[in-house]
Design a protein around this ligand. Sequence first.
Ligand SMILES: Cc1cc2nc3c(=O)[nH]c(=O)nc-3n(C[C@H](O)[C@H](O)[C@H](O)COP(=O)(O)OP(=O)(O)OC[C@H]3O[C@@H](n4cnc5c(N)ncnc54)[C@H](O)[C@@H]3O)c2cc1C
Length: 395
Amino acid sequence: MDFDLSEELEALQTSVRRLAQDKVKPRARAIDKDGTYPLDVFEAFRDAGLLGLCLPTEYGGSGAGILGLAIAIEEVAKYSNSAALMLLLTRLPTGPVMIAGTEAQKARYLPGIADGSLRAAFGLSEPQAGSDVMGMRTKGVPEGGAGSGDSGWILNGTKCWMSGVREADWYTVFAKTSGDPASRSHDSITAFIVEREWDGVDVGRTDHKMGVKGVDTGELVLNDVHVPAENVIGEVGGFRLAMLGLNAMRPIVAARGIGLAEGALMYATEYVQQRAAFGKTIADFQGIQWEIAKMAVDIEAARLLTYRSAWLADQGKFTKEYVPYLSMAKYHATEMAVRASSLAVQLLGAAGYMEDHPTEQWYRDAKQLTIVEGTSQVQLGLIARGVLDRDLWWD
Ligand SMILES: Cc1cc2nc3c(=O)[nH]c(=O)nc-3n(C[C@H](O)[C@H](O)[C@H](O)COP(=O)(O)OP(=O)(O)OC[C@H]3O[C@@H](n4cnc5c(N)ncnc54)[C@H](O)[C@@H]3O)c2cc1C
């Protein structure tokens, strides 16, 4: 057992820490206030080679894996979860392509993500189908109305809450292909790559959000979109791919949580060390020290879960038997981020509630993390299933 990061990962951590301090920290408040996509930050990530961290070297990436991406996201999320989301989006839509895509799909769609010339987004959710993915209504019909889809597919439907929908050049989209919109069978759903420029592809309404405002979320409207057969990802009816892709994402979402929590606790600690009250500093009170200590324990526990889950995912261990380990990282790190940001507001008192400090932003941003890519309740269900099925057992 070895808890040390490799030399390469340590160097990555150091360089992203510096970049986050120089380029992300000074921009974080403005990104939140304007709610506009921070192209300058995207370009800084591109110039530093961070957009291809989790992509294989043969497709222009750096092969740093999910652990490498998680480490980079942790550093960036100390200041801005919008910026961290930009990095996350290099993996969420590309994951299914890397897991089950053809060589031709990888060669066409991955190098552009790595060099920043293309962006992508991920379309699973629909208004009536969030946690209950099988409730999706977007449908794919074989070209000509019948047959195997060998000559292509026609997609119709609306995806919602899609992160980065406006900036994306291509989308990984899931649709029902079984012919029966009410089907809850896993082989009724298929993944497709859809390009923004194709006829019938439109961005619908974008959402007014509570936090993470620098990256839009919104609707992708598909209206009789012709998708060539070669843009099916994996098998027709390969719903499992959606789950595999999301399983492998758990450490990356978790990293957004641990980074946010670290940023919030460090900020609040510095504040209480200089804030005078009752002839001392706030940090001199044992009640405050215990809160800091408990949160530090929480952060380190979440970090260990997150790094281990990333290490598992990098070995391809994101199938069912590893789900509890992956889900507990996401669950613990994101719930912990909500607690950490709440503590940070509390430790600053009124100041923490005001826009003069980043604490209120962390508080709003953190809440997103317990909802996206499988809510906390969904993660708990998956962890419990793991124990009940003995995938997680201590005997
Ligand atoms: C900012 C943001 C960005 C997003 N980006 C994307 C994206 O890029 N692509 C994408 O496809 N989606 C995206 N989503 C959607 C996200 O994945 C869904 O919101 C999430 O899956 C939950 O679905 P829902 O919102 O419909 O909640 P619901 O499924 O309606 O759940 C509502 C509540 O009920 C609970 N619940 C549901 N089922 C159960 C159950 N079986 N047991 C116990 N409790 C349950 C949930 O935990 C939750 O608390 C984004 C969401 C947000 C907020």
